[in-house]
Every structure is written in structure tokens, then in C-alpha cells.
Design a protein around this ligand. Structure first.
Ligand SMILES: NC(=O)c1ccc[n+]([C@@H]2O[C@H](COP(=O)([O-])OP(=O)(O)OC[C@H]3O[C@@H](n4cnc5c(N)ncnc54)[C@H](OP(=O)(O)O)[C@@H]3O)[C@@H](O)[C@H]2O)c1
Length: 239
């Protein structure tokens, strides 16, 4: 397991939910955090929660379905003049649940793919080439175990596309020191997951950190499960 002390992690959608937990988990290991949400205000809670850790925390913001805001977000990160060693592509939206699953609109499809897939691709293109130059990087793409639910077809298909994109990029990262993997967080009680979900959001730790803490020759293009009861939480204690 590698050390992430003094590394820098950009975590999209870390203003709340799973991304916020990942921010707390990495900060606990001494990793500096770049928090992202849709507005500066939305990041403030996570910023406050990170105060107890001796790490640097920055806020960047942007609506991921809007290309100009996505470009601006990348500029905000580059203006920090720090390397992005860890890119945690966590932010996503779930398309509306449609009982009539033939009624998903153009907007449902386009927005799901803009936020959940295109933004992931664009952020990867901004930061992975620099990781390769640096000989180190960890990229984690949030997927889902969703299946057999055409009522959420745009969301489900976007997560299938996340898997495909992850696998295809992984092939290009052999022997670079950069690893890209996908994480299925399980069904968690968040704004997206809803109140009936199986697990509290806090239970995403420590499993969600596993694809970050792998060695340079570790898994690439693989699926990690955040709620894996075979994990030994002692391994994730602050080093
Ligand atoms: N929760 C589950 O059960 C579950 C299951 C499987 C997979 N996942 C995946 O896990 C990831 C995180 O889910 P979550 O449950 O933590 O979600 P969440 O609680 O709804 O949080 C979403 C986060 O993403 C940001 N975000 C949402 N829409 C955005 C947009 N259009 N542009 C920019 N940022 C946006 C939000 O920022 P603001 O606060 O500024 O709005 C927030 O930080 C997602 O990829 C999701 O698909 C979740």
C-alpha cells in the first residue's frame, strides 16, 4: 500500500455524499484535497470538515454539464500550480426515474452523458498526460452496480460507458506509474442513493480508498467494491 501524504487529490463532487467521505479519508492519510462542487458555497461544508487535518484544502467549482464551466474548472485547478496526483471522478447525476421507460427525454440522455461520461473524459484528458510525465497517478472512476432498470436507462447506460472508458484508457497506461480503475460504492444513503439504501455513506470508507492506495504495478482497468468485508480496516489507518 502506498503513502499519499503530501500528494494532491482532485475529487469531483466532494461537497457532499461519497466524494466528501473520500476527501475525509484521504485527508486522514495526509493527502491534500481539491474539493469540487457546483458552486463555491457548496464546497464550504467539506472545507470546514477538513480543518481538523493538517493538509492543504482548496475549492474549485463548476457545473459539469456545461462545457465552458468544465474548461473553467480545469483552469481553476491548473491555477493552483500543484500537481494533480489523484483524480477521483466521483460526481454524477442520476436521470429521473421514469415508470414509462420509453419516455426518457433527449435532455435526460444528454445531461447524463455530459456529466457522468464526458466530464470524466475531459478531466482525464487534462490531468492524466501530466501524471504520465510525472510517472505517478491514480484515477478512480465511480461506476454503479445498477442493472435491469430501464426506468433509469440514461444513468445505467452512462455507468456502462464509464466502465468502457476506464477499460480503454487503462490499456494506454501500462508501465507509466499511472493506474485507472473503477469503483462500485454499493447502495449508500446519500442525496443520490436515497434514504432506503443499504448502507450509511460513511461505510464507503475505507474501501473507497483502496484503488488510490495500490502500488504502481497494481491493478489497472479493474473493478473495486467499496463495501468489501474482506478488507482489513487496520491497513487504512493513518500512517
Ligand atoms: N449513492 C449510491 O448509492 C451510489 C450507488 C452507485 C454509484 N454511485 C455513484 O457515486 C457517485 C457519488 O454519488 P453520491 O451518492 O455521493 O451523490 P450525491 O450525494 O448526489 O453528491 C453528488 C456530488 O456531485 C456533485 N454534482 C452533482 N451534479 C453535478 C453537476 N451537474 N455538475 C457538477 N457537480 C455535480 C454535487 O455537487 P453540489 O453539492 O454542488 O450539487 C455533489 O458534490 C456518483 O458517481 C454515483 O453515480 C452512488
Amino acid at each position: 500500500m502506498i503513502q499519499v501524504k503530501n500528494r494532491n487529490a482532485l475529487i469531483t463532487g466532494s461537497s457532499r455524499g461519497i466524494g466528501q467521505q473520500v476527501a475525509l479519508g484521504l485527508a486522514n492519510l495526509g493527502c491534500n484535497i481539491i474539493i469540487h462542487g457546483r458552486s463555491p458555497e457548496s464546497c464550504s461544508k467539506t472545507l470546514k470538515m477538513l480543518e481538523k487535518f493538517k493538509v492543504n484544502a482548496h475549492c474549485v467549482y463548476g457545473e459539469l454539464s456545461d462545457e465552458s464551466q468544465l474548461d473553467d474548472l480545469i483552469e481553476q485547478v491548473k491555477d493552483l500550480k500543484i500537481s494533480v496526483d489523484i483524480l477521483y471522478n466521483n460526481a454524477a447525476i442520476m436521470s429521473p426515474y421514469r415508470h414509462d421507460f420509453w419516455s426518457h427525454s433527449f435532455e435526460d440522455w444528454m445531461t447524463s452523458f455530459k456529466v457522468n461520461v464526458y466530464a470524466m473524459y475531459k478531466l482525464s484528458s487534462a490531468f492524466i498526460p501530466i501524471m504520465i510525465e510525472n510517472g505517478f497517478g491514480r484515477v478512480v472512476n465511480l461506476t454503479s452496480g445498477i442493472e435491469d432498470q430501464p426506468e433509469l436507462a440514461p444513468y445505467g447506460a452512462s455507468k456502462w460507458a464509464v466502465n468502457k472508458l476506464t477499460d480503454d484508457i487503462a490499456v494506454k497506461l501500462e508501465n507509466t506509474g499511472v493506474r485507472i480503475n473503477r469503483l462500485d460504492p454499493s447502495w449508500l444513503r446519500t442525496d443520490l442513493g436515497g434514504s432506503s439504501a443499504d448502507y450509511a455513506v460513511e461505510e464507503v470508507l475505507p474501501g473507497a480508498l483502496a484503488p488510490v492506495l495500490i502500488e504502481n504495478e497494481g491493478p489497472n482497468g479493474q473493478l473495486f467494491l467499496a463495501i468489501d468485508h474482506n478488507l482489513n480496516s487496520e491497513d487504512f489507518k493513518k500512517s
